[in-house]
Design a protein around this ligand. Structure first.
Ligand SMILES: C[S@@+](CC[C@H](N)C(=O)[O-])C[C@H]1O[C@@H](n2cnc3c(N)ncnc32)[C@H](O)[C@@H]1O
Length: 330
């Protein structure tokens, strides 16, 4: 009944009385957990919210639930993000005269970036440079829902969520049982959460993390026991999508873009972090394909895609399968 919240620390405390709780009350608990990320960690918050639900929750005994017995959110360096408020760095520009000169070009393409722009899409000024235009984000989401990408992968990590361009398309594709979307800048994450809501993304479809995706992936692979329960996922069922920063618009002038000097993260740094999982890298269109080819498992070819809008390439996608463990016969 609790879906993705079954491992939430506060929900765990209800499990001993599971048989006494009627189905209608479980539904209320599920709704409360869907809508209030804090209640997943904080049992006193869950208790208060359930008390406000009235009769439907009469069958639940919240007296013995002690917040001290729940895992303390502060024990975890990374935890699911709250719904962050928009800040004065988050803008919805309505006319070119409001827009800083260096993003005016992107502003004029706003409807091909977000078709619902006028409904109140918010962006930080930096996010305009990196956001994946909606038709490209939809195409990637569609391709990943095709069967030749392993259907056994049911969890997606979006390592650089930005203002939400890709995360929204992934969520709306309904291909994934869980999406974990990570962004290190709070204002940008607030925009992504706001934009996802505006696009009608189900709040329980995406677990947002405010933090460093390299730290998260390192913990997931090497120390999963240290992760907050909501962030622990089975890496065999998980793939990574990564649209890292490309180090500014300089990539456009390079005939062949050297991925070993890409800033702030080089190709090898990205691959090293993701190699235990299938991963799709979203890279500059002129990326050096020979550098990418070196990541192919022995004897295999990689799939590399140019994503175009109106005939002009916007970016290159490189799909890299997980490194095979020596014990694997596959
Ligand atoms: C190219 S943008 C991603 C755009 C996103 N795919 C979209 O469509 O909106 C890269 C984002 O990664 C964030 N970022 C950079 N380093 C990060 C890290 N180590 N962990 C998480 N986010 C990071 C940046 O703040 C930026 O918002």
């Amino acid at each position: 009944m609790l879906g993705p919240h079954v491992d939430a620390p506060s929900a765990q405390l209800l499990l001993p009385q599971a048989k006494q709780i009627p189905p209608a009350a479980w539904q209320v608990i599920r709704n409360v957990l869907d809508q209030n990320p804090q209640a997943r960690d904080d049992v006193s918050c869950l208790t208060k919210l359930l008390a406000g639900e009235g009769q439907a929750t009469n069958g639940i005994n919240t007296d013995g639930l002690d917040a001290n017995t729940a895992a303390e959110p502060s024990d975890f360096s990374l935890k699911p993000a709250e719904r962050l408020p928009l800040t004065d760095q988050c803008h919805h520009y309505t006319g070119k005269h409001e827009v800083p000169w260096d993003i005016q070009k992107y502003f004029s393409q706003r409807y091909s970036i977000f078709s619902y722009y006028d409904d109140g899409v918010h962006m930080t000024d930096d996010a305009w440079f990196g956001v994946t235009p909606e038709p490209v984000a939809n195409q990637i989401a569609y391709e990943l829902s095709e069967d030749h990408y392993d259907p056994k992968k049911t969890i997606l990590i979006d390592a650089f969520s930005g203002a939400g361009g890709n995360t929204i398309a992934f969520a709306l594709s309904e291909r994934w049982s869980r999406i974990i979307a990570i962004e290190c800048d709070p204002a940008t994450l607030a925009c992504a959460q706001h934009n996802a809501e505006l696009y009608g993304v189900n709040p329980s479809a995406v677990t947002w993390i405010l933090g460093d995706s390299f730290e998260y992936l390192d913990q997931l692979v090497n120390n999963p026991e240290k992760l907050h329960p909501d962030l622990k996922v089975d890496i065999q069922s998980t793939m990574v999508f990564a649209s890292p920063p490309w180090g500014g618009p300089g990539y456009r002038t390079d005939e062949i873009f050297d991925l070993s000097t890409m800033q702030p993260y080089s190709l090898s740094q990205l691959h090293e972090a993701y190699k235990k999982m299938d991963h799709l890298l979203f890279l500059p269109r002129t990326s050096d394909i020979r550098q990418i080819a070196k990541l192919a498992p022995k004897g295999e070819k990689l799939e590399v895609i140019q994503y175009c809008i109106e005939g002009a390439s916007k970016a290159m996608g490189a799909y890299i399968p997980a490194e095979k463990s020596p014990a694997s016969n596959e």
